[in-house]
Design a protein around this ligand. Structure first.
Ligand code: 3E9
Ligand code: MG
Ligand code: MG
Ligand code: MG
Ligand code: MG
Ligand code: MG
Length: 365
């Protein structure tokens, strides 16, 4: 059984929105999963009930339908990897074998014509996803997508080494791992494709823009850790990684205190995200403005999906969730979190004051 931890309404200043074709998209994803036989029959039967189409329709509420559908199939595919192999499968406890398998999958993503993994449903599904990435994205975006898959794969191998050893990483390592193992960065190229533009490298890789994307990953995965705690703590596996569990261990605090601390961290990250986006918008191209809007939709979409999907509400053993969000943060501090791998985000806007003075970071950082 899951825990009885009650999650209060969390701070979300973002607008709720969903693509009007969300039901069709969700049904198409169920058909796609069946066609490619993603995951075991049992896992697939669960995944197609998780409203992954609705989640994707919230990430790109005004995006082109074909790309929302591609994103939806891709997210289900990612759960085929993350649940099917990493968290519930044998490879999740064999980091060496897992890295070999994921390297082969990566080659399929990069060169779908290569005659590899020919009897592997996830590889077949990935070939189809790559074909559609090529159709709706540029060569550069396809390459970014493959690179992002590599960083996700690399992080789940790190996670598998902890699972094998039964160790829980410290907060710094967990924060770094979580920027990638929540598979948020692999979604970013699809945000561009969803609206048919390509960010210039000097925009996308600008330090502040990258920090905004990383802040979105942090908020989405911390929120996931809050909303999936019930499912993860109550799961069959005694090994699971979650920010609350990391905080409990590191600080020697109760789950209730860890929940409060995680909420305070994600609130401060949300406030910084807002300030950073406001600053970036002042001289952003229309494409960059759309990208920042999509990051906000990604955050809000993960929240709306997180409190409603049966993946997390687990009706057979109900999680105690809020049914709304709050408009003000519990913790409005403009100070960094004291997590060395991400504290530099706060240096980009000193003390939250909007000034165009000598504090501009070097553009190439
Ligand atoms: C998320 O972490 C694992 C990803 C592979 C799920 C696929 C989702 C996305 C690409 C979008 C990001 C959305 C999130 C993080 C909700 P974890 O903790 O294994 O997810 P779980 O659903 O099991 O809590
Ligand atoms: Mg469904
Ligand atoms: Mg996972
Ligand atoms: Mg999981
Ligand atoms: Mg989770
Ligand atoms: Mg997990």
């Amino acid at each position: 059984m899951g825990t009885d931890l009650a999650v209060p309404p969390i701070y979300s200043p973002f607008r709720e929105a969903i693509h009007p074709q969300y039901q069709d998209i969700d049904q198409q994803t169920a058909l796609w999963a069946e066609k490619f036989r993603i995951g075991s029959d049992e896992l697939r039967g669960r995944l197609v009930r998780h409203d992954i189409g609705g989640f994707s329709a919230r990430i790109l509420p005004e995006g082109r339908e074909e790309v929302v559908s591609l994103l939806s199939d891709f997210v289900l595919w990612l759960f085929g990897v993350d649940d099917g192999h990493c968290e519930e499968g044998e490879l999740g406890r064999k980091p060496g074998e897992l890295s070999g398998y994921l390297s082969r999958l990566l080659r399929v993503a990069q060169n779908p014509e290569a005659p590899m993994l020919l009897d592997d449903p996830l590889a077949d599904g990935l070939r189809d996803l790559r074909r559609r990435v090529d159709r709706y994205g540029t060569a550069g975006q396809a390459a970014r997508w493959v690179d992002a898959l590599r960083e996700y794969f690399f992080s789940v191998v790190w996670e598998a080494s902890h699972r094998t050893a039964g160790t829980v990483p410290d907060l710094d390592d967990y924060t770094l791992m979580r920027l990638y193992d929540g598979a948020t960065s692999v979604v970013l190229p699809l945000l561009e494709m969803g609206h048919g533009y390509e960010l210039q490298p000097h925009e996308r890789d600008n330090t502040r823009v990258r920090a905004a994307a990383e802040l979105a990953s942090f908020i989405i995965t911390w929120d996931n850790d809050i909303f999936s705690y019930h499912k993860e703590a109550g799961g069959k596996d005694e090994f699971w990684l979650n920010a609350l569990r990391v905080l409990e261990r590191e600080r020697g605090i109760t789950p209730e205190a860890a929940l409060d601390l995680a909420i305070s961290q994600r609130d401060r990250a949300t406030s910084l995200f807002l300030r950073l986006c406001e600053r970036l918008r002042a001289d952003a191209s229309p494409q960059l403005r759309q990208y920042l809007d999509s990051l906000a939709s990604f955050i809000r979409g993960a929240q709306d999906w997180g409190i409603t999907s049966v993946r997390y509400t687990t009706p057979h053993d109900p999680a105690r969730f809020p049914d709304a969000f709050r408009q003000t943060p519990v913790d409005a501090s403009p100070e960094p979190l004291g997590i060395s791998v991400v504290d530099w985000w706060w240096d980009l806007i000193p003390d939250g004051v909007r000034t165009a003075d000598a504090e501009e970071p070097h553009s190439g950082r």
